[in-house]
Design a protein around this ligand. Structure first.
Ligand code: PMP
Length: 420
């Protein structure tokens, strides 16, 4: 019987590392939210293209033809994976940051962007004109606060002003999943468009522009088991086709006159993809999307949910550990858990975990400074204990084992007290 893959297969497992006592252990990578290891499907797709190494859209030779075909095929596969509708555009970018900046660049003049202070900096900072809403305490209050803000904006600015709402689908700090379809409904009710930052959702859950009815989505290949340097902005074509090219240069032009005074730009994705593109990145990302689309994602989601629940339950059981969250306990989340240990410097702890225990977690404010600081101060208030200035984040993915989680928890419990 055909059994679909439980998880995507990785091209390589983390190496063995020597601990200070000479003992060797497999490195426990609990930092999937920063970047995910490369999938075998991605590596194989790149390997298969090696003999055909050629530049996209630049030559009539067989190598260039094949490369161009695979590049465009990847675009199609990725578009399908993201739930694109007919007429949607799929533009290759470097990553989610680049995709959000492209969208900011493509906004019609005078567009107001509405976002929440809990966003990753990639969704918080690129907008020329922005209204930032406070960090919501629940998915329902996010929807209510957006609805109220949009009504006030319409009353103040009239119906004609273009408005874009930019929200994350899953937080890179708390893993909390946002109610995208409900937010889209509010946005559309007020004539606004909505862009989804799916950088963290895509590795864990299906991304579906079409069922969300959202207008744009951004992803990063390197968080989705493809290599660095390939991301996507997908969504409605009109603003993108009307905007000046994101980069001026070859590939984005239809024609340039003799004095280079009059330039006609192409439309379609090429308009924003000037310069020789990252073919390997695009093809690898396409291969991962195809592999994920044919895997049993519901099965994987259950598996991850069990690992994630184990991680959170055990962390909460360690005295002095505060798990950071902004939505009520039990809210839907992907496999990302940020926490802080009262009385411990998070940077020191992260270094100690790596050097002494061969465990990799992320330390810092996770490119979401307002949100992370807010969560740390809330955690201090909730627990009545002083919190460090930065946090730790453990995040899981396709290669994570229960042993990785247990090692992290055992090390922390050993250092700060006995697990209850
Ligand atoms: N949005 C979210 C929610 C993220 O987690 C990240 C990466 N930390 C980004 C955007 C930016 O992604 P990239 O660094 O690949 O541009």
């Amino acid at each position: 019987e055909h059994r679909k893959a439980l998880v995507i297969t990785l091209a390589a497992l983390p190496p063995q590392v020597a601990l200070p006592d000479g003992h060797k252990v497999p490195f426990a990578n609990l930092d999937y939210a920063a970047t995910a290891p490369v999938a075998r499907a991605a590596a194989e797709a790149v390997e298969a293209l090696l003999p055909w190494y050629g530049s996209v859209h630049r030559g009539a030779g067989a190598l260039s033809q094949k490369t161009s075909l695979e590049y465009e095929r990847a675009r199609q596969t990725i578009g399908d994976f993201l739930g694109c509708r007919p007429g949607d555009e799929v533009v290759f970018t470097r990553n989610t940051t680049d995709a959000m900046n492209l969208l900011a660049h493509a906004l019609p003049p005078d567009t107001l962007t509405v976002t929440f202070l809990g966003e990753h900096h990639a969704g918080l900072l690129p907008w020329p004109s922005v209204h930032r809403l406070p960090i919501p305490a629940s998915p329902e209050s996010a929807v209510a606060s957006l609805a109220e803000a949009l009504r006030a904006i319409r009353a103040r600015d009239g119906a004609a002003r273009p408005v874009l709402v930019a929200v994350t689908a899953a937080s890179n700090v708390t893993g909390e999943v946002w109610p995208i379809a409900d937010l889209v409904e509010q946005a559309h009710r007020c004539g606004a468009r909505l862009a989804v930052d799916a950088a963290q959702l895509a590795p864990h859950r299906p991304v579906d522009l079409s069922s969300w009815d959202a207008d744009y989505v951004a992803i990063s290949g390197h968080k989705l088991y493809a290599p660095f340097g390939a991301g996507v902005l997908a969504g409605r074509a009109d603003w993108l086709d009307q905007a000046p090219p994101y980069l001026a240069g070859g590939g984005a032009t239809r024609s340039v006159d003799a004095g280079a005074e009059t330039v006609t730009w192409t439309d379609g994705p090429a308009r924003h993809e000037a310069g020789t593109p990252n073919v390997f990145g695009a093809v690898a990302l396409g291969a991962v999307c195809a592999a994920l689309a044919s895997s049993d994602r519901a099965d994987w989601q259950d598996h991850e949910a069990r690992l994630s629940a184990r991680l959170e339950r055990r962390l909460v059981g360690i005295p002095g550990v505060a798990v950071l969250r902004s939505f009520p306990a039990g809210s839907d989340r992907v496999g990302i858990v940020s926490f802080a240990v009262s009385g411990e410097d998070s940077g020191d702890l992260a270094t100690w975990l790596s050097v002494e225990h061969g465990i990799g977690v992320r330390e810092g404010l996770f490119c979401a400074h307002p949100f992370s600081r807010h969560l740390l101060s809330e955690a201090g208030r909730r627990t009545g204990r002083p919190m460090p200035a930065t946090a730790l984040r453990a995040s899981i993915g396709a290669g994570t084992t229960a042993d990785d989680i247990d090692r992290l928890v055992a090390a922390l419990a050993d250092r700060v007290g006995t697990a209850r």
